[in-house]
Design a protein around this ligand. Structure first.
Ligand code: GDP
Length: 534
């Protein structure tokens, strides 16, 4: 029997039907293909292939996007909403490349669950592991999809072992594959006792589904060739002996992941996965905030910015703040309080990211993602409420691991450069430090690819050719502590002091042991490698 009971029975039905999640995977495992099939089953697009086709039409518009395409990576994250049966799915896209991990981290603060896609021939790859660890930090529930079962795959028990060992999470099979590679005929749906048969001739066809009454049902032998059936029955028996049964609480706690086997390109196994997301959710969860947490069923509206994307439309210098609704029922035109500045903001043009296009959002419920166009007032980490001074916490900014100094090709344009850099800093695309001695800026990122993206965006969006050069510094730390100690420290180390775009003090150094020395010499100071964005 399936235990699909809600862990938050008090939720209004509009909120309880929402599922807000992200897909995490190593590049090439099939995230794009799976997304397309989600949208296809969600009725958001008529034909698979539209996401990519649309993506490509958009990409040709700019060099930056061209770069994305050449490298086969998705740099910018976006959100998509669509209905699946009685459910509303909000799928938040995450950049797959490790150089954009900070962006990914923040995106994962806006979802209630993640779908982990792995390639059946490759198992857990490096990027899967990294992204998984980010999910683990927040104990996000994870549903696993083992893709490309139409090809030669690894031993199923090997794949499951690898997930259990490398990711330290219990795995429970929600389905079991029958046959491998060319012999793959379909899966047995363990949760519903059904046989799902894959149609190789029609990639977009929903699989044929046959109710099975226990494993000795003669219907199995009618549909599965004898040599495959024998192996399958043996494997399933072993799986039932060795692997734990589904435990919904463990799934919600992030300690157990159900795994489905399928082939995204053949639309196979996708529906079962979507049913899994619908049934096991979870529904919108409580948001950690200060001075108190925010429950989704609260009547009053609250939401927080987890991403800012600038210049989505190159003709208008607009920015869109992506807001995850944390509570209540939002209606277009509402006046919300921007908690950081205590100013009211009328939200008159919120955007809902329907898979087909951007659309005005007339309303939104806790769990939804809306886009709010603005001119820079909204920053990552900002909270919007109906007046109460609540601040969503846990959206971090990480100290960059790579630092370079940047100069405008034309020295007369340095004011322009400053403006461009500040914008990227607010967007969260890079850290920008202004040294207290001398001119110029130091830019910090997590991965080297970000420098290229920045250079190309500054040139494209601001018409400013720039040069990134090696910096004399390699590490940055935020300085916190007692004001007197900070003043004394900054006066004695002015060559190493800079300010970030919020005006917070940063210590720059080339030698890691300098950091230890400072902490020893100034016990009233703290050098930190993360800062809460608020
Ligand atoms: P992403 O990088 O994770 O977004 O991966 P894509 O969705 O772009 O897929 C990578 C490649 O794998 C593409 O060539 C897809 O056509 C292919 N692919 C995706 N799903 C399947 C599948 O189920 N079976 C096979 N054989 N290939 C697949």
């Amino acid at each position: 029997m399936l235990d699909t009971a809600s862990n938050r029975p008090e939720l209004p039905s509009e909120i309880a039907r929402r599922r807000t999640f992200a897909i995490i995977s190593h590049p090439d495992a099939g995230k794009t293909t799976l997304t397309e099939k989600f949208l296809l089953y969600g009725g958001a697009i008529q034909m698979a292939g539209q996401v990519r086709a649309k993506g490509e039409a958009r990409r040709t518009r700019s060099d930056f996007m061209q770069m994305e395409k050449d490298r086969g990576i998705s740099v910018s994250a976006s959100a998509m909403s669509f209905d699946y049966g009685t459910f509303r799915f909000n799928l938040v896209d995450t950049p797959g490349h490790s150089d954009f991990s900070e962006d990914t981290y923040r995106t994962l603060t806006a979802v209630d669950a993640a779908v982990m896609v792995i390639d059946g021939a490759k198992g857990v790859e490096s990027q899967t592991q990294k992204l998984f660890e980010v999910c683990r930090l927040r104990d996000l529930p994870i549903l696993t999809f083992c893709n490309k079962m139409d090809r030669e795959s690894r031993e199923i028990f090997d794949i499951i072992d690898e997930i259990q060992e490398n990711l330290a999470i219990d795995v429970t099979p929600a389905s079991w594959p029958i046959g491998v590679g060319r012999d793959f005929v379909g899966t047995y749906d363990i949760l519903h006792d059904r046989l799902e048969l894959m149609d190789r001739a029609d990639r977009n066809k929903v699989a044929e589904s046959i109710e099975i009454n226990g494993l000795d049902d003669p219907k199995l032998a009618e549909h599965v060739p004898a040599h495959l059936l024998e192996t399958f029955l043996e494997e399933l028996e072993m799986a039932r002996e060795l692997l734990p049964a589904l435990d919904r609480q463990a799934l919600l706690d992030g300690t157990m992941t159900p795994i489905w086997f399928g082939s995204a390109i053949n639309s196979f196994g996708v529906k079962e996965l979507m049913d899994g997301i619908a049934n096991f959710g979870p529904e919108p969860q409580v948001q950690v905030a200060q001075p108190r947490d925010i429950a989704p069923e609260e009547k009053k509206v609250a939401g927080f910015v987890f991403k800012v994307q600038a210049n989505m439309d190159p003709k208008h210098r607009d920015r869109v703040a992506f807001v995850r609704m944390a509570s209540g029922h939002f209606k277009r035109g509402m006046k919300l309080t921007h908690v950081r500045t205590k100013k009211p903001m009328a939200i008159s043009n919120p955007v809902l990211f329907l898979a087909s296009d951007r659309e005005l959002a007339e309303e939104a419920w806790a769990g939804d993602i809306i886009g709010i166009p603005n001119h820079g007032q909204l920053r990552i980490g900002d909270t919007l409420t109906e007046g109460e001074a609540l601040r969503v916490s846990g959206i971090p900014s990480f100290a960059p691991e790579l630092l370079q100094s940047v100069r405008a090709g034309d020295p007369l344009k340095s004011k322009h450069l400053e403006k461009a850099l500040m914008q990227f800093a607010e967007e969260g695309a890079a850290k920008v430090f202004k040294p207290s001695v001398g001119s110029g800026f130091i830019v910090g990122v997590v991965g080297p690819l970000q420098f290229e993206v920045l250079a190309s965006r500054i040139e494209m969006e601001y018409g400013l050719p720039v040069r990134f050069e090696q910096s004399q510094f390699t590490s940055a730390r935020w300085v916190a502590g007692d004001k007197q100690a900070i003043d004394k420290f900054t006066a004695a180390n002015s060559q190493h002091i800079a300010h970030d775009h919020d005006g917070d003090i940063v210590y720059l150094t080339r030698l890691k042991w300098d950091i230890d020395r400072v902490e020893r010499d100034y016990p009233d100071l703290k050098l930190t490698s993360t800062k809460e964005m608020m």
